[in-house]
Design a protein. Structure first.
Lengths: 101, 224
């Protein structure tokens, strides 16, 4: 696929989310919509994480990536730091693979 | 010191985090066959770190439709950011508002709204913060893509795992109470089912929208 027009389309939908409420002079969103929007990021991220960690080849499988992801969850919870999460998770993954898991 | 320069300098404490994430984004983009200029173009045009990581993760397995729609869903939270900062921008000309919205990031929004609430905010400060975060993000992404060629065979190192780990790190900051945790667990389960019955990457959108809507019911059932 041609990358540039995908970037432009991604940019346009992203810009729409940023400019809409600013252009509307700070009018309030309906409370129900506000509450719903608060849940969207957690839902989307979890929907990306679960298959990537548990079904890397399209089916459920136990591999080094599962405990590595668990280490990531623990470090993310304790540190709230994205980079620390990645470093700890990858270190756990490499260690487990070196141990033959 | 001008407000613009104060906004620009206010981003410096955030620089290490933005640069490290930008380098990682660039390396991963390069692994997927992006030229450095393409990685930078995506950063300048889209300018949304989480959404760009999500798009990279989907790039080789999804078509353009789900990538664009998922970008929209991931960025819907900007409606809340925009709504909360809009009252401070009320008196500005329309083109200033359009310009300030363009590169508003989570980080520059946080700096700007903190400045406004302390009575020190201004359009110039906001623009400086937007551009400060922007420059850090664009340049570090390009540098990462340029350096990314030095990583020979990413699959051998299991670098695919960087994506879910990055998403785990991002997810934690959105888990504000038990209802959010329940929504995340539900979305994960729906995604595991959806990946087997839905084509391409549509399971991300379906699970994301269904689980977030379920959150409205969950918070009624168990107020936390």
């Amino acid at each position: 696929m041609s990358k540039l027009w995908v970037f432009v389309a991604m940019g346009l939908v992203t810009y729409a989310t940023r400019v809409t409420m600013i252009a509307l002079l700070g009018r309030e969103l309906p409370p129900l919509v506000q509450r719903w929007l608060r849940y969207v990021p957690a839902a989307v991220l979890a929907a990306l994480i679960a298959p990537a960690a548990l079904m890397p080849d399209g089916r459920l499988q136990w591999g080094a990536q599962v405990p590595a992801a668990a280490v990531g969850v623990l470090v993310a919870w304790r540190t709230r730091n994205v980079l620390a999460t990645i470093v700890a998770g990858m270190a756990a993954f490499w260690l487990l693979r070196a141990l033959g898991l | 010191m001008s407000a613009f320069r104060r906004g620009l300098l206010a981003t410096l404490p955030l620089a290490p985090g933005v640069i490290a994430f930008g380098l990682l984004y660039g390396v991963m983009a390069r692994q997927l066959g992006f030229a450095p200029w393409e990685a930078v173009a995506m950063s300048v045009v889209v300018h949304a770190g989480s959404a760009q990581f999500v798009a990279l993760e989907m790039w080789n397995t999804a078509s353009a439709g789900p990538i664009i729609l998922t970008t929209l869903v991931v960025n819907l939270r900007h409606l809340l950011l925009g709504a909360s900062i809009a009252p401070y921008l009320r008196g500005l000309p329309a083109r200033w508002k359009a310009w300030l919205a363009l590169w508003m990031s989570d980080e520059s929004y946080a700096l700007a709204i903190a400045a406004y609430e302390a009575g020190q905010g201004s359009a110039g400060f906001f623009l400086g913060a937007n551009l400060g975060i922007g420059l850090l993000w664009w340049i570090s992404g390009g540098a990462g893509a340029w350096l990314g060629a030095a990583v020979p065979d990413p699959a051998a190192y299991g670098l695919d795992l960087v994506f879910p780990l990055a998403f785990i790190g991002l997810l934690i900051s959105f888990l504000k109470d038990r209802a959010h945790v329940a929504v995340a667990v539900l979305a994960g389960i729906l995604a595991l089912v959806g990946i087997q019955v839905l084509p391409g990457k549509w399971y991300v959108i379906v699970a994301g929208l269904a689980a977030s809507a379920a959150g409205l019911l969950l918070e009624k059932a168990a107020p936390s």
